[in-house]
Design a protein around this ligand. Structure first.
Ligand SMILES: [Mg+2]
Length: 236
């Protein structure tokens, strides 16, 4: 910008037009601002107080394990709508405190590499039962937002002020990202069919803070195509 202001159009070293270079770099920053907020390394960024929200069932809690055991269904279903009777079964479990309190941990609290800002869940039991399960199992005592079954989590996410969310259900993942909230999809047999998730699919929570483990870096390598200046490109 400084060189352009002084009247120079092209960078003498690279031959690039200064303004085009500037716009290109600004677009990189704009894209990263949206897709990789945790990589914001400015001295003062809105992200310095990272706020990550977590879904509960199939992220930190083994809901499907308890559910399939209870109703004699095969373990690890390959899609989310795996049970024709799920609606009535969930209704029958609504006040079954024992069922919810005895669920096993999926990601134990000691394996969460940050303090969650909140939890957002669409489970069908009273909020107090979820809070009691979190306390019993040693998870941080953070606010729990409950939305109705099959309802969007977008409003709750916006209200909570989170920067990032983690969910296992593709529909939630998709809705949140479309609403401008960076959401990661935690790997699960029931979401494996969604191949276009790319680097926002994670297999553990460490990958949110250290994307070099898997994801962003691999995708970047795939996407960078260098065409030497002045060369002719032949598509093959
Ligand atoms: Mg879930």
């Amino acid at each position: 910008m400084k060189a352009f202001k002084e009247g120079e159009d092209y960078d003498p070293e690279t031959g690039e037009f200064h303004l085009a270079h500037l716009i290109c770099n600004a677009n990189f920053l704009l894209e990263y601002y949206k897709i990789f907020p945790q990589g914001d390394d400015r001295k003062k960024n809105h992200f310095s107080g990272i706020k990550i929200g977590l879904d509960i069932d199939e992220v930190i809690c083994d809901f499907i394990g308890s559910y399939t055991k209870r109703f004699g269904l095969p373990k690890d279903p390959k899609c989310w709508d795996f049970d024709l009777k799920i609606k009535e079964n969930l209704e029958s479990l609504k006040n079954d405190t024992e069922f919810y309190m005895n669920m096993k941990k999926k990601i134990p609290p000691e394996e969460i590499p940050f303090e969650p800002h909140c939890y957002i869940t669409s489970r069908n039991c009273p909020k107090e039962v979820t809070e009691a399960w979190l306390q019993k199992n040693g998870y941080p005592n953070r606010p729990v937002y409950v939305v109705g079954p099959n309802e969007s989590k977008v409003q709750a996410a916006k209200k909570s002020g989170i920067d990032i969310f983690v969910d296992d259900r593709f529909q939630n993942f998709n809705e949140l990202n479309q609403a401008g909230i960076c959401c990661y999809l935690l790997d699960a047999p029931h979401n494996e069919m969604y191949k276009n998730v790319r680097y926002r699919r994670i297999s553990n929570l460490d990958q949110i803070l250290n994307p070099k483990v898997k994801g962003v870096e691999e995708e970047k390598k795939k996407e960078v195509v260098t065409i030497p200046r002045g060369s002719v490109r032949f598509d093959n």
